[in-house]
Unconditional design. Structure first.
Length: 215
């Protein structure tokens, strides 16, 4: 299914499966019957500010939050590169999205599939209509001031927390190197994994130090 494979490998069969399995809209999935160049900015902003997800253009759903009722596609002659530039030029900070045209068999129409990752620099601003959006109740909903402020605080607090974590990890790892290595002035290496900073992620191993001594 759509969610279980690399974006580049998605085919029309995966879109058809969404219909066959009656997969409903959710926090990470939205169906749109028509493609509108500038409404996509609002949708991408909302997904980026929430959990990320997929926009599927060319699919009519049974109702708000419903499952696909028909797969009619959109005109295949739209300019994909122009659409990408519209998104890049109207969302601040810039977002990175994946866009794919999926031909509908035996027609001259396509499904437009857009994958939006969850943003790492929230909040994202729709510079076209000067608003912030989030995914709520199966749609793109304007955020209030408190929500925007909380995302800004989370962004900048997260950066200072990451910097502090790196400093502590380096200090801790150096102190845990075997005494023999410290005497010879040999330094260890700290590997920082960026998506989790609340817990200790690196534990220098004495075995690692002993193996260095053998070299």
């Amino acid at each position: 299914m759509l969610f279980d494979k690399p974006f580049s490998d998605v085919t029309f069969n995966d879109i058809q499966e969404l219909s066959d399995e009656q997969i409903e809209e959710s926090m990470i999935l939205d169906y749109k019957q028509e493609l509108n160049d500038y409404s996509i900015i609002k949708q991408v902003t909302a997904f980026s500010n929430t959990k990320g997800g997929y926009l599927v253009y060319g699919v009519a759903e049974t109702g708000k939050g419903g499952h696909p009722q028909s797969i009619n596609g959109v005109d295949s002659d739209f300019n994909k590169e122009r659409l990408e530039q519209i998104i890049l030029g109207n969302i601040i900070p810039r977002v990175s999205v994946q866009i794919k045209k999926i031909p509908i068999p035996d027609t001259d129409r396509v499904i437009l599939l857009v994958h939006i990752p969850e943003g790492q620099s929230k909040p994202y601003y729709n510079n076209q209509d000067k608003r912030y959006y989030k995914r709520y109740n199966f749609s793109a909903t304007p955020m209030d001031e408190n929500e925007v402020e909380w995302l800004y605080q989370s962004r900048f607090f997260g950066m200072s927390k990451l910097e502090r974590y790196i400093e502590e990890a380096i200090y801790s790892s150096q102190n845990k190197l075997p005494h023999e290595l410290q005497l010879h002035g040999i330094e260890g290496h700290v590997v920082v994994t960026p998506l989790k900073i609340d817990g200790q992620m690196f534990e220098p191993s004495p075995q690692f130090g002993r193996e260095l001594m053998k070299l």
